[in-house]
Design a protein around this ligand. Structure first.
Ligand code: MN
Length: 148
């Protein structure tokens, strides 16, 4: 919807109300868990819509451009999960050890159907990344060449 209607109703030469701007650089948190379950994988989790959108990445997340990783979307996790580390007991869902592999903030840069572009400030992950939906639960996770 934007701010067009708000602005159309006001003459900013005559009112001291703010013209306003759409803030797109809101910082959000992300975490990557290294999860040694029956199969080792990394869980990428991005704070979006009040939850952690989550993807299981079977290989180490890309640190350089040109590496494509499969990322399988899994159920949203609560924001509290950001700080979780520990051992999930044998027989329970995801049994195994969960460690924080990387953590930091990110800016959402572009959100389209099937495409999420974001810029990351973590310890291991830095710069521009993209998630591209390829079908079903499958996405591609890659580092962008330009790190805007
Ligand atoms: Mn997992």
């Amino acid at each position: 919807m934007g701010l067009e209607e708000y602005r159309k109703k006001r003459d900013f030469n005559k009112t001291t109300e703010p013209m306003g701007e759409i803030v797109e650089n809101e910082e959000r948190y992300f975490v990557v868990h290294r999860h040694q379950a029956s199969h080792l994988h990394w869980d990428l989790r991005l704070e979006m819509d009040g939850v952690l959108k989550s993807w299981a990445v079977p290989k180490e997340p890309p640190l350089v451009p040109g590496v494509r990783r499969l990322a399988v979307q899994v159920e949203d996790h609560p924001l509290d999960y950001m700080d979780f580390q520990g051992t999930i007991p044998p027989g329970e869902y995801g049994a195994g050890t969960v460690e924080i592999w990387d953590k930091g903030t990110f800016e959402l840069q572009k959100l389209e159907a099937g495409k999420i572009e974001f810029s990351v400030r973590g310890n291991k992950l830095q710069g521009g990344y993209i998630l591209i939906h390829t079908g079903g639960k499958n996405w591609l996770f890659l580092k962008r060449k330009s790190t805007a």
